[in-house]
Design a protein around this ligand. Sequence first.
Ligand SMILES: [Zn+2]
Length: 202
Amino acid sequence: MQCSDALPLIHEYLDGDLEGADAVELKKHLLACPACNKLFKQMEQTEACIRLLPKTPVPSDLTARIMGNIPAKKKRREGWLKWLRTHPALSVASVFLLVMATSFLSLWDQDRDMVVKGASLDQVVIQGDTVIIPQGHTVQGDLTVKRGKVQVDGNVEGNVTVIDGSYNLASTAYISGHVNSVDQTLEWIWYKVNEVFSWVTP
Ligand SMILES: [Zn+2]
Protein backbone atom coordinates (compact mmCIF):
# COMPACT_ATOMS: atom_id res chain seq x y z
CA MET A 1 0.00 0.00 0.00
CA GLN A 2 1.19 3.52 -0.81
CA CYS A 3 1.14 6.30 1.80
CA SER A 4 -1.29 8.22 -0.44
CA ASP A 5 -3.70 5.24 -0.25
CA ALA A 6 -3.29 4.97 3.51
CA LEU A 7 -4.46 8.52 4.36
CA PRO A 8 -8.11 8.19 3.23
CA LEU A 9 -8.26 4.80 4.94
CA ILE A 10 -7.02 6.36 8.18
CA HIS A 11 -9.90 8.85 7.99
CA GLU A 12 -12.37 6.02 7.38
CA TYR A 13 -10.89 4.00 10.22
CA LEU A 14 -11.18 6.90 12.67
CA ASP A 15 -14.77 7.43 11.53
CA GLY A 16 -15.41 3.77 12.28
CA ASP A 17 -16.21 3.00 8.64
CA LEU A 18 -13.26 0.75 7.80
CA GLU A 19 -13.71 -3.01 7.89
CA GLY A 20 -12.42 -6.24 6.42
CA ALA A 21 -9.53 -6.42 3.97
CA ASP A 22 -8.99 -2.63 3.88
CA ALA A 23 -8.56 -2.52 7.65
CA VAL A 24 -6.05 -5.36 7.51
CA GLU A 25 -4.11 -3.64 4.72
CA LEU A 26 -4.06 -0.35 6.64
CA LYS A 27 -2.80 -2.05 9.81
CA LYS A 28 -0.03 -3.73 7.79
CA HIS A 29 0.99 -0.37 6.32
CA LEU A 30 0.94 1.37 9.71
CA LEU A 31 3.24 -1.31 11.13
CA ALA A 32 5.64 -0.95 8.20
CA CYS A 33 5.56 2.84 7.71
CA PRO A 34 6.71 5.08 10.60
CA ALA A 35 5.50 8.28 8.85
CA CYS A 36 1.91 7.08 8.47
CA ASN A 37 1.99 5.53 11.93
CA LYS A 38 2.93 8.93 13.41
CA LEU A 39 0.20 10.66 11.40
CA PHE A 40 -2.31 8.04 12.51
CA LYS A 41 -1.43 8.57 16.19
CA GLN A 42 -1.72 12.36 15.83
CA MET A 43 -5.10 12.10 14.13
CA GLU A 44 -6.30 9.61 16.71
CA GLN A 45 -5.35 12.04 19.50
CA THR A 46 -7.09 14.91 17.71
CA GLU A 47 -10.23 12.82 17.35
CA ALA A 48 -10.08 11.95 21.05
CA CYS A 49 -9.72 15.64 21.98
CA ILE A 50 -12.70 16.58 19.83
CA ARG A 51 -14.76 13.86 21.49
CA LEU A 52 -13.88 15.33 24.91
CA LEU A 53 -15.24 18.77 23.97
CA PRO A 54 -18.57 19.60 25.60
CA LYS A 55 -21.48 19.06 23.26
CA THR A 56 -23.25 22.27 22.33
CA PRO A 57 -26.91 21.81 21.52
CA VAL A 58 -27.94 22.84 18.02
CA PRO A 59 -30.44 25.72 18.08
CA SER A 60 -33.88 24.43 17.17
CA ASP A 61 -34.36 27.08 14.48
CA LEU A 62 -30.99 26.38 12.77
CA THR A 63 -32.45 24.63 9.73
CA ALA A 64 -35.00 27.38 9.19
CA ARG A 65 -32.31 30.07 9.45
CA ILE A 66 -30.01 28.35 6.96
CA MET A 67 -32.83 27.75 4.50
CA GLY A 68 -33.96 31.36 4.93
CA ASN A 69 -30.51 32.65 3.99
CA ILE A 70 -30.26 30.69 0.74
CA PRO A 71 -30.92 33.24 -2.01
CA ALA A 72 -34.07 32.64 -4.01
CA LYS A 73 -33.48 31.32 -7.54
CA LYS A 74 -32.95 34.20 -9.90
CA LYS A 75 -35.54 34.35 -12.64
CA ARG A 76 -33.62 36.93 -14.66
CA ARG A 77 -31.77 35.48 -17.63
CA GLU A 78 -28.04 35.45 -16.96
CA GLY A 79 -25.86 37.40 -19.31
CA TRP A 80 -23.32 35.78 -21.61
CA LEU A 81 -20.37 37.20 -19.64
CA LYS A 82 -21.78 35.93 -16.38
CA TRP A 83 -22.13 32.51 -17.98
CA LEU A 84 -18.48 32.66 -19.07
CA ARG A 85 -17.45 33.58 -15.56
CA THR A 86 -19.35 30.70 -14.00
CA HIS A 87 -18.20 28.12 -16.58
CA PRO A 88 -14.46 28.74 -16.90
CA ALA A 89 -13.68 25.28 -18.29
CA LEU A 90 -16.37 25.51 -20.97
CA SER A 91 -15.20 29.02 -21.85
CA VAL A 92 -11.68 27.76 -22.42
CA ALA A 93 -13.07 24.99 -24.63
CA SER A 94 -15.16 27.42 -26.70
CA VAL A 95 -12.28 29.84 -27.11
CA PHE A 96 -10.09 26.92 -28.17
CA LEU A 97 -12.65 25.81 -30.77
CA LEU A 98 -13.07 29.40 -31.98
CA VAL A 99 -9.31 29.88 -32.38
CA MET A 100 -9.05 26.52 -34.14
CA ALA A 101 -11.92 27.34 -36.50
CA THR A 102 -10.48 30.78 -37.24
CA SER A 103 -7.04 29.40 -38.01
CA PHE A 104 -8.55 26.78 -40.33
CA LEU A 105 -10.58 29.46 -42.06
CA SER A 106 -7.53 31.68 -42.55
CA LEU A 107 -5.57 28.69 -43.87
CA TRP A 108 -8.45 28.07 -46.21
CA ASP A 109 -8.31 31.61 -47.52
CA GLN A 110 -4.56 31.79 -47.81
CA ASP A 111 -3.68 28.97 -50.16
CA ARG A 112 -5.61 28.42 -53.32
CA ASP A 113 -3.31 25.90 -54.97
CA MET A 114 -3.87 22.18 -55.05
CA VAL A 115 -2.37 20.28 -52.11
CA VAL A 116 -1.51 16.58 -52.36
CA LYS A 117 -0.52 14.69 -49.24
CA GLY A 118 0.46 11.04 -49.06
CA ALA A 119 3.23 8.62 -48.16
CA SER A 120 4.08 7.29 -51.64
CA LEU A 121 3.52 10.15 -54.06
CA ASP A 122 5.94 8.59 -56.58
CA GLN A 123 3.00 6.34 -57.45
CA VAL A 124 0.79 9.20 -58.59
CA VAL A 125 0.83 11.30 -61.74
CA ILE A 126 -0.27 14.92 -61.50
CA GLN A 127 -1.68 16.50 -64.64
CA GLY A 128 -2.89 20.05 -64.15
CA ASP A 129 -5.36 19.93 -61.27
CA THR A 130 -5.86 16.18 -61.50
CA VAL A 131 -4.08 13.58 -59.38
CA ILE A 132 -4.01 10.27 -61.22
CA ILE A 133 -3.21 6.90 -59.70
CA PRO A 134 -2.54 4.91 -62.88
CA GLN A 135 -3.60 1.31 -63.28
CA GLY A 136 -1.03 -1.05 -61.77
CA HIS A 137 0.27 1.64 -59.38
CA THR A 138 -0.27 1.30 -55.62
CA VAL A 139 -0.29 4.16 -53.13
CA GLN A 140 0.68 2.84 -49.71
CA GLY A 141 -1.15 4.73 -46.96
CA ASP A 142 -3.64 7.59 -47.03
CA LEU A 143 -3.93 10.06 -49.87
CA THR A 144 -5.34 13.54 -49.32
CA VAL A 145 -6.02 15.98 -52.13
CA LYS A 146 -7.19 19.53 -51.50
CA ARG A 147 -8.66 21.69 -54.28
CA GLY A 148 -8.07 19.12 -57.03
CA LYS A 149 -9.50 16.13 -58.86
CA VAL A 150 -8.56 12.56 -58.10
CA GLN A 151 -8.69 9.87 -60.75
CA VAL A 152 -8.14 6.41 -59.29
CA ASP A 153 -7.34 3.73 -61.83
CA GLY A 154 -4.92 1.83 -59.59
CA ASN A 155 -4.76 0.89 -55.92
CA VAL A 156 -4.74 2.78 -52.64
CA GLU A 157 -3.84 0.87 -49.49
CA GLY A 158 -5.50 3.42 -47.21
CA ASN A 159 -8.10 6.19 -47.24
CA VAL A 160 -8.64 8.75 -49.96
CA THR A 161 -9.73 12.19 -48.79
CA VAL A 162 -10.81 14.84 -51.25
CA ILE A 163 -11.24 18.32 -49.83
CA ASP A 164 -13.03 20.88 -51.97
CA GLY A 165 -12.52 18.76 -55.07
CA SER A 166 -13.87 15.71 -56.84
CA TYR A 167 -12.93 12.13 -57.43
CA ASN A 168 -13.56 9.42 -59.97
CA LEU A 169 -13.00 5.72 -59.37
CA ALA A 170 -12.39 3.57 -62.43
CA SER A 171 -13.60 -0.02 -62.56
CA THR A 172 -10.00 -1.10 -62.03
CA ALA A 173 -9.67 1.03 -58.87
CA TYR A 174 -9.11 -0.66 -55.55
CA ILE A 175 -9.20 1.32 -52.29
CA SER A 176 -8.69 -0.60 -49.06
CA GLY A 177 -10.01 2.21 -46.85
CA HIS A 178 -12.72 4.83 -47.26
CA VAL A 179 -13.19 7.62 -49.74
CA ASN A 180 -14.07 10.87 -47.97
CA SER A 181 -15.22 13.85 -49.94
CA VAL A 182 -15.39 17.12 -48.05
CA ASP A 183 -16.69 20.02 -50.08
CA GLN A 184 -17.44 22.90 -47.77
CA THR A 185 -15.27 24.86 -45.40
CA LEU A 186 -17.47 24.09 -42.42
CA GLU A 187 -17.51 20.42 -43.24
CA TRP A 188 -13.78 20.55 -43.55
CA ILE A 189 -13.45 22.15 -40.10
CA TRP A 190 -15.74 19.47 -38.71
CA TYR A 191 -13.60 16.85 -40.41
CA LYS A 192 -10.44 18.36 -38.90
CA VAL A 193 -12.07 18.51 -35.46
CA ASN A 194 -12.98 14.83 -35.74
CA GLU A 195 -9.47 14.08 -36.92
CA VAL A 196 -7.99 15.93 -33.93
CA PHE A 197 -10.28 14.11 -31.52
CA SER A 198 -9.66 10.68 -33.00
CA TRP A 199 -5.97 11.49 -32.73
CA VAL A 200 -6.31 12.58 -29.09
CA THR A 201 -8.36 9.51 -28.15
CA PRO A 202 -6.76 6.53 -29.89
ZN1 LIG B 1 3.04 5.32 4.72
